[in-house]
Design a protein around this ligand. Structure first.
Ligand code: ADP
Length: 293
């Protein structure tokens, strides 16, 4: 099974012509809530791709927390390691402006919990892979990665949102999956191939995702392959990277070769970008298999 240690947020999405000025109250044109957070999204992507998934996270003792727990359970993600914190459930307040640009405020709330709960390390030690991102405190991510390393469990790190201090975690990552801007920021390089080479000298395998340009795989300081993206009509690329990672790991724990896992992840992400939303847009195993056939 795959253990995802990460964030769960309630996304609060308003549509509006522009951002209000300080002190201004303005009318929006639409509102929706949805389950989100990079951890939850990657867990759902892996689960829909057919993997057994355990989610380690924290929500508040509030309505949003109960909704997120119910969402994970309805997807078939094991939520018995989802803690209930004294802090409120994390939220992402997303303002979608006319013209399509997003402005986002994240309040970590319960996601700020930096201790592993009793039993979390044991759950990680029993996993086939541990999947982490950086929407939880770095010390917590480090504890999770160290617990996995100590048990010989494969580790997959998405360095997002990017934090220069995360360079410390690279030696603990068997697979590092940054997007282009994260790869540049983490490596200090200005060229993405140089970034992939540099990062792969410290982390294990590095897969840099390049949006509609596909992805680049590096290992041991060298570029080893490239995978083209699929040509699709993208309507919403939110969660493309999370779909990619979840499906990649689902294939890897199923003993797939890395290149085959990247091709499956690429096919799945291409489906996700043709539909609105992040987690709701993620494809099922049958849809991924059909796209690969
Ligand atoms: P993130 O969402 O983390 O910024 P990317 O934008 O690099 O990540 O996208 C992750 C993967 O999703 C890409 O490697 C690609 O396979 C797929 N993808 C993203 N955008 C598109 C697109 N417009 N068309 C086809 N595939 C896409």
């Amino acid at each position: 099974q795959i253990v995802v240690l990460g964030s769960a947020n309630m996304d609060l999405v308003t549509r509006q012509p522009r951002l209000p000025e300080p002190g201004e109250t303005m009318a929006g044109t639409g509102f929706a809530t949805g389950a989100g957070g990079k951890g939850l999204n990657q867990a759902v992507a892996a689960r829909r791709a057919g993997a057994d998934v355990v989610f380690i996270g924290a929500v508040g003792d509030d309505g949003f927390g109960r909704e997120l727990r119910g969402f994970l359970e309805a997807e078939g993600v094991a939520a018995d390691r989802l803690a209930t914190s004294d802090e409120p459930t994390g939220i992402a307040q997303v303002s979608v402006l006319d013209g399509g640009e997003n402005s986002i405020v994240i309040v970590a709330g319960a996601n700020g919990e930096s201790a592993l709960a009793d039993g979390d390390a044991a759950a990680i030690a029993e996993a086939s892979a541990l999947v982490v991102q950086l929407e939880r405190p770095l010390p917590l991510v480090e504890k999770g990665l160290s617990a996995a390393r100590a048990a010989g469990v494969r580790t997959v790190l998405t360095p997002a949102p990017v934090d220069p201090a995360a360079a410390l975690l690279l030696p603990l990552a068997d697979i590092l999956v940054p997007n282009e801007s994260e790869a540049l920021a983490l490596s200090g390089e200005t060229d993405v191939e140089a970034a992939a080479r540099v990062l792969s000298a410290t982390a294990g395998t590095v897969i840099v995702t390049l949006g509609a340009r596909g992805s680049l795989i590096a290992r041991g300081g060298e570029i080893v392959s490239r995978v083209e993206a699929r040509r699709v009509e993208a309507v919403d690329t939110t969660g493309a990277g999370d779909t990619f990672v979840g499906v990649l790991v689902a294939w890897i724990v199923d003993a797939a070769e890395l290149d085959d896992a990247v091709r499956a992840a690429t096919a799945a992400a291409a489906i996700a970008v043709t539909r609105p939303g992040a987690a709701p847009a993620m494809p099922t195993r049958a849809e991924i298999d059909a796209a690969l056939a």
